[in-house]
Design a protein. Structure first.
Ligand SMILES: [Zn+2]
Ligand SMILES: [Zn+2]
Length: 230
């Protein structure tokens, strides 16, 4: 199925205010995507609205987030069930450094309902490193019943290769996100211990604006979906 499993709603300060649950789901539908996930920085508070809107418009979703470890590495947590995804929030709250957001500088952090009405504002700045290590972040995603996908692994900021230097052989991730087929080849070349056939690869948009949501260019095999999410 055509997918985009990494995009940010208006809860992420860096995303456009127009990234509301209805706008995201409808744009994904118009573009011809069949499976999406909204992955806000260090929060799953937008997911209940995403769930309702996705069901109303008839698009399949995974329930997501993009967590930043204490090493400043970004890792997606993707869940088949909303209730499992929501179990993450108390843990995230306990690992936040507690820095107040400055909306005029970083942007607003809006929590919406299924009608795109603001029902809350997140006061703590979400684009921060949690107090937990990458190992702990991955363990917590697994404990709550989700899968961990290493985000944009060759980026020059907040990627595992930039922050740690490489992808450790014993790291318990479930998938790897790259930006292109060329990047996939490069990751394999740099990491002889990564088995191409055993790895589930993702190419997502990391959209912060509606127009950046993926076109139907990337296909997730049913077998890979089932392997991760049953
Ligand atoms: Zn990121
Ligand atoms: Zn992102």
């Amino acid at each position: 199925m055509f997918y985009d499993l990494h995009m940010h709603s208006c809860l992420s300060p860096c995303a456009d205010d127009e990234m509301t649950p209805n706008n995201i789901c409808n744009m994904a539908l118009i573009k011809g995507l069949e499976l999406i996930a909204v992955t806000d920085h260090n929060s799953v508070r937008q997911q209940p609205a995403i769930d309702k809107v996705a069901k109303a418009v008839g698009i399949r979703v995974l329930y997501g987030c993009e967590l930043e470890s204490s090493e400043a590495v970004h890792c997606l947590g993707l869940f088949a069930r909303l209730e499992d995804n929501q179990k993450l929030q108390p843990w995230i709250d306990s690992q936040m450094p507690g820095i107040p957001n400055k909306p005029d500088y970083y942007g607003k952090q809006q929590i919406m309902n299924e009608f795109d009405q603001e029902i809350g504002i997140e006061d703590q700045l979400l684009i921060v490193s949690l107090n937990a290590s990458l190992d702990e972040v991955i363990d917590e995603i697994h404990r709550c019943g989700g899968k961990a996908v290493l985000a944009h692994v060759l980026d020059r900021k907040n990627s595992i290769t930039h922050e740690l230097g490489f992808i450790p052989e014993d790291l318990k991730y479930d998938g790897i996100e790259v930006k292109s087929e060329e990047q996939r080849q490069l990751v394999l070349k740099l990491h002889p211990w990564i088995k191409d056939e055993e790895t589930v690869w993702f190419i997502d948009s990391d959209a912060h604006r509606l127009t950046d949501i993926s076109e139907p260019d990337h296909w997730l095999r049913d077998s890979d979906f089932r392997k991760l999410w049953g």
